[in-house]
Structures are given as structure tokens and as C-alpha cells.
Ligand binder design. Structure first.
Ligand code: MN
Ligand code: MN
Length: 306
């Protein structure tokens, strides 16, 4: 039998990469042949994390077929998954998102309403009495810091904070010093083209089962720096609207220091955003104070206004 492959979502973030590597490690310790994969380029934040803990990036995976057994982490929706997933055998899912999932075979499904997949994984390590080595603990800690924006995101729970503190001890890092350096490393967007910016952390959704949408997010310490590229960002977003047949294309520029977002909105259903946040888009953009979480403050709010 071929190895079981474990991977996170397309446009992988630190959680998708860290959870894949940690899950493969856990399964290997339990005697299963499991290997991590990634569905896209490593972002700058994740690159910083992998370098810091001296762990190599997983191999790129472009598609799967009926011969593949897979484990999904940090996602469950087919739209965010690898091409061909409908043919593969999904053995397990570990996730912390809303569920839009179908499987034709029995499987393990572990999900909790916490801030990060690695918080759920921490429990699986404990339940299986597998010791987490320092480097894997560092990766898992990084994922929690990334997903919760150093515990400031509304998605962060007490459990995430507690698990992060445990992992920081194992990894022997100071959470705040390391966390800020890591988040800062992820905000250097200068080397990316506008096409890359809208795909760094871009996810597709069918909101309320009807509105075809893409919601992308970049983290920054300086919103103005990103807004200076607005014209070219809009061109890249319009290309996506044509090629992906979108009705709504949302680009969130999130200030991780002050916890606000500037949003650029295009598409025939752009008024959903105006309604959802009681704002008027001027020149396709608006400021959304206090909005940092796509999962908690954007997707459900837009869905409710479709
Ligand atoms: Mn993720
Ligand atoms: Mn996550």
C-alpha cells in the first residue's frame, strides 16, 4: 500500500504546514506510514518558522487519485482541497473550521471550535501518549501564534493559550519575542506580485450555498504600504473574477499590530459587504475597525447578508 499523505489547504498557511508535519510525526510514532505534503508555496512567515526550527518543507502535491489514502488537516471543504480529492480515500480529518464535508467511507473526524488545528493535534498527541519533540512543538506553537495573531484574534480560546504555553516550554522559546518576530517576518509583502498577493492566503467559498466568493487576506504592519498598490491588486482581483466566475471578491488587508482591516471589494455582489458592515465602499474600499478574523468576523457575517 502507498503511504498515506497528510496535507492542509491550498495557499497553505503556517497551521496547514505545521499540522501536516506534526500529524505525520504522530502517525509515524504510532506505526503508520504517513508523509506530509503541501498544496502550494511556503509563505514568508512559514519559511521563517521552518528555518528557525530547522525543519524542511513538505513536498508539493498537485493532485490525488483513487490510489491515494489521505488525511486532511486545517480544512475540510473540497474547494480548498487538492485536485482529485473526490476520488481519493479520506481516512481522517483534523480541523477547526465550519464543516462542508462529504465522505463516501467511514473515517476519523476530529474537530474542535478552537483557534488552531495544532491545538486539536496537541490533544491527539496526549491521548496517544506520544511525546512531542522540541522542533515539532516549535512548529505547533508557531501555528497557534499565526492563527490567533498572538492570542489577539477573536478565534483564540483559553485552550489555545494554554496549549501554546505548554508547547513554548517544550520548544524553549519566549512566546512574545518569538511570536512578534515570526508575525513580522510574514508581513514583508514587497517581493510579491499583486497576483501573488491575492493568492497568498486566498480561499474560495460558496456563501449561503449561492454566492460564489473568494476572500483573500494579507497581514501587514502598514496598511498604507499595501494600499499604495491598490490599482494593480484590483486588476489581479478582476482576473480572478473572470477565471473563477466569482460574484464577490474580497481582499482583506489586516493590520496585525492594531487589529483592524482595510478591505477592497469587487464583483457584482459587492453590496453584501456594505450591508454586512454598514459601510459604504468608496472607490471599492472601506475601513473595518476591529475586523481581523476571516473565519469568525467575515465568512459568517457575509453569509448572513447574502
Ligand atoms: Mn489555515
Ligand atoms: Mn488553522
Amino acid at each position: 500500500m502507498e503511504k498515506i499523505l497528510v496535507f492542509g489547504h491550498k495557499s497553505p498557511d503556517t497551521d496547514s504546514i505545521a499540522a501536516s508535519i506534526a500529524m505525520a510525526y504522530l502517525q509515524n510514532k504510532l506505526g503508520k506510514a504517513v508523509e506530509p505534503r503541501r498544496l502550494g508555496n511556503i509563505n514568508k512567515e512559514t519559511e521563517y518558522v521552518l528555518n528557525h526550527f530547522k525543519i524542511g518543507a513538505p513536498e508539493l502535491l498537485s493532485s490525488v487519485n483513487e490510489d491515494n489514502e489521505v488525511i486532511l488537516v486545517d480544512h475540510n471543504e473540497a474547494a480548498q482541497c487538492v485536485d482529485g480529492i473526490e476520488k481519493a480515500h479520506i481516512r481522517m480529518v483534523v480541523d477547526h473550521h465550519t464543516m462542508d464535508f462529504k465522505a463516501s467511507e467511514p473515517l476519523y473526524y476530529y474537530a474542535e471550535p478552537v483557534g488552531c488545528t495544532c491545538t486539536v493535534l496537541y490533544k491527539l498527541f496526549n491521548d496517544n501518549n506520544v511525546v512531542i519533540p522540541a522542533d515539532v512543538a516549535g512548529l505547533m506553537l508557531s501555528a497557534i501564534i499565526s492563527d490567533t495573531l498572538l492570542f489577539k484574534s477573536p478565534t483564540c480560546t483559553e485552550k489555545d493559550q494554554k496549549v501554546a504555553e505548554d508547547l513554548a516550554k517544550i520548544a524553549n522559546v519566549d512566546i512574545n519575542t518569538y511570536g512578534l518576530a515570526m508575525l513580522k517576518a510574514g508581513t514583508d509583502l514587497s517581493s510579491f506580485s499583486e497576483e501573488e498577493l491575492v493568492n497568498l492566503d486566498g480561499k474560495q467559498f460558496t456563501l449561503a450555498d449561492k454566492v460564489k466568493a473568494k476572500i483573500s487576506q494579507v497581514n501587514t504592519a502598514d496598511i498604507d504600504e499595501v494600499m499604495a498598490r491598490k490599482g494593480k491588486i484590483e486588476s489581479a482581483m478582476n482576473k480572478d473574477i473572470d477565471s473563477l466566475d466569482l460574484e464577490l471578491n474580497v481582499f482583506l488587508i489586516t493590520d496585525i499590530i492594531n487589529s483592524n482591516s482595510q478591505v477592497i471589494v469587487l464583483g457584482s455582489k459587492a453590496d453584501i459587504v456594505e450591508k454586512a458592515y454598514s459601510v459604504t465602499l468608496e472607490d471599492n474600499t472601506a475601513f473595518l475597525p476591529g475586523i481581523v478574523s476571516r473565519k469568525k468576523q467575515v465568512v459568517p457575517v457575509l453569509t448572513a447578508n447574502c
